[in-house]
Design a protein around this ligand. Structure first.
Ligand code: GLP
Length: 244
């Protein structure tokens, strides 16, 4: 689906999420959201905060699982995805702290494996993700599933692609400060979501969007794995869709 501008697109996505939250709430069920970071979802979160403040949308029965976090990464660090989520969403809504899950970048290396298994089990214990929000990296990564990621991959520690570290270098004030690894949900974790919405804005995403939608399914462009998911929508602005 293409929109002229990302702000209208983001409002439409926020409305879909809000409706899902309300629908599940009516049935007395938790809404389980998979959330993304990066610049792409910022306006969606801004609109959800507005719906909370101005229209009484409640997040009391919302459970969230974030896609990824750098490793190693202190939660308090300004570049952490923990900090990002607090700043753009969690600090402004009525979600309960115990319902927020974000991969832990502070773990000792030997504890990561168990943490990742537990992350998968927790998602399953809530009945799986109702909706997963995604951005896309220029390498075709979703979450931090870089080229080479396996179709069946679960939550795990990965090594970041050089291009991804270059793209992150501005916010880290230099590539040397960008962590070399990250903990990310896997392709299988994401694909188990009942609904997937991928956001892409701007000319710099046009080429990878084309490869993702029109290219062959391949681990070289992990986002192509979404082609075979039956309930995925790509939400694009005209620029990101310009090569289709
Ligand atoms: C990071 C995140 C991804 C995100 C990507 C694109 O690598 N781990 O989840 O999709 O950046 O970022 P942006 O939305 O800023 O273009």
């Amino acid at each position: 689906v293409e929109f002229p501008h990302y702000s209208e697109a983001s409002i439409a996505v926020a409305n879909e999420i809000a409706n899902l939250i309300k629908e599940k709430d009516k049935k007395g069920e938790y809404c389980v959201l998979g959330l993304a970071t990066g610049s792409s979802p910022i306006k969606v979160y801004e609109e959800l905060v507005r719906l909370h403040k101005e229209e009484g949308l409640s997040f009391k029965h919302v459970v969230t699982f974030n896609l990824d976090e750098y490793y190693p990464m202190d939660k308090k660090n300004l570049q952490s995805y923990n900090h990002f989520m607090q700043e753009h969403l969690f600090a402004h809504i009525d979600i309960k702290d115990e319902n927020i899950h974000i991969p832990n970048g502070e773990l000792a290396y030997e504890d990561i494996h168990d943490f990742c298994l537990n992350y998968e089990e927790k998602i399953a214990s809530f009945g799986g993700l109702d909706l997963q929000l995604l951005g896309i990296g220029r390498t075709g990564h979703i979450g931090f599933n870089e080229p080479g990621s396996h179709f069946n991959s679960g939550t795990r520690i990965i090594t970041l692609d050089h291009i991804t570290r270059v793209d992150a270098s501005d916010s880290f004030l230099g590539i040397d400060n960008v962590p070399r690894r990250a903990i990310t949900m896997g392709i299988a974790t994401v694909r188990k979501a009942k609904r997937i919405i991928l956001l892409a804005w701007g000319q710099h995403k046009a080429e990878i969007v084309k490869e993702t939608i029109e290219g062959e399914i391949s681990s070289e462009v992990p986002a192509t794995y979404l082609q075979s998911h039956e309930n995925t929508t790509f939400i694009l602005d005209y620029e990101a869709g310009s090569q289709l």
